[in-house]
Design a protein around this ligand. Structure first.
Ligand code: IMP
Ligand code: MG
Length: 180
């Protein structure tokens, strides 16, 4: 795998597609076991969680549903700290077993804000599945239930993760080179 460049920044290979897919398969079987007979509702956080949610959802082997919500907190390579709800939930989620699907949890502000909103709509249960977690960056008490990979506090792109909208299409995950 080669380095890639976006907006004058260079990124090197970090997590290969085959490793990502294998880990998603493990998470899907864990979720399938825990939600057998419950018809969970997956809430995919747009835009970044789409590749993860799609791969995860396809491998859930019990009845389930999926819906989407859109929030935004990032500009460039650092968080703005302000989370704006861009597109709300259409479904009635009261009494539902909800699983929020995120691409990455960094400070945790985005997911914290989302959970507040979701808990206000009286779901039966709420769990969090995130492909990536930066434990050292966390500034909230959020404890995700399903984590693909815990990574250091570095900026990454690919498999849904973007730099100002670009690089979401890459099947592998890349990390920002600090020497360039
Ligand atoms: P938080 O609110 O700081 O936890 O940020 C969460 C959101 O910021 C994620 O849903 C991503 O959209 C974005 N984000 C956080 N870290 C990265 C990264 O390393 N690359 C790309 N986007 C990121
Ligand atoms: Mg996101």
């Amino acid at each position: 795998m080669k380095r890639v460049a976006y907006k004058g920044l260079t990124f090197e290979p970090y997590i290969e597609s085959s490793r990502i897919q294998a880990r998603i398969t493990e998470l899907a079987s864990e979720i399938t076991k825990e939600y057998e007979g419950k018809t969970p509702l997956f809430i995919c956080v747009l835009n970044g969680a789409v590749p993860f949610a799609a791969a995860l959802f396809q491998q859930i082997n019990t009845d389930c549903e999926i819906t989407f919500i859109r929030l935004k907190s990032y500009e460039g390579t650092s968080t703005t700290g302000v989370v704006k709800e861009v597109l709300g939930l259409a479904e009635d989620i009261s009494g539902r077993d909800v699983i929020i699907v995120e691409d990455i949890i960094d400070t945790g502000f985005t997911i914290e804000r989302l959970i507040e909103g979701i808990k206000g709509k009286a779901p039966k249960s709420v769990k969090i599945a995130t492909l990536l977690l930066k434990p050292e960056a966390l500034q909230t008490d959020i404890k995700p239930d399903y984590v693909g990979f815990s990574i250091p506090k570095k900026f990454i792109i690919g498999f849904g993760l973007d730099l100002d909208g670009l690089a979401r299409n890459l099947p592998d995950i890349y990390v920002l080179c600090e020497d360039k």
